[in-house]
Design a protein around this ligand. Structure first.
Ligand code: HEC
Length: 109
């Protein structure tokens, strides 16, 4: 009976939503996606929690994530605007969510 099935699915979805204790930054799948994106799109300039390259300007992602001023909101706002010398990378909403989660996770948030 299709109607009953749809009802069950929506109840399951509602329970999953309420029961999920994960914040955006702690969502492991999102963090993994963000790491892969960062490695392919951002690693030319940024380091990812390794030794900061002294010969390059861009800050390390772990250092960015650990900055008190860096919240999910401020990172998302930042990623929506082009930044210094950054080639015109157009990030969609899901990529921004994933990169934000990854940067905050690196920063221990
Ligand atoms: C061509 C080099 C380059 C690339 C590629 C690049 N960045 Fe940057 N990024 C910089 C530089 C330089 C700065 C510091 C100056 C500034 O804030 O504009 C910076 C700053 C930042 C900051 C803010 C740090 C702060 O203190 O406000 C964030 C967040 C950031 N980058 C994220 C990213 C992400 C995510 C990517 C990949 C999608 C990326 N960047 C790709 C060069 C780059």
């Amino acid at each position: 009976m299709p109607l009953r099935r749809a009802y069950c699915l929506s109840v399951a979805a509602a329970i999953a939503l309420i029961a999920s204790p994960l914040s955006a930054a702690q969502n492991p799948e999102r963090v993994t996606t963000g790491r892969l994106l960062a490695q392919s799109l951002c690693a030319d300039c940024h380091t990812m929690g390794g030794a900061t390259r002294s010969d390059r300007g861009p800050p390390d992602f772990a250092a960015i994530g650990a900055m008190p001023s860096m919240t999910a909101l401020s990172i998302k706002v930042f990623l929506r605007s082009p930044h210094a010398n950054m080639p015109d990378v157009q990030l969609d909403d899901q990529q921004i969510e994933a990169l934000t989660a990854y940067i905050l996770d690196l920063g221990g948030k």
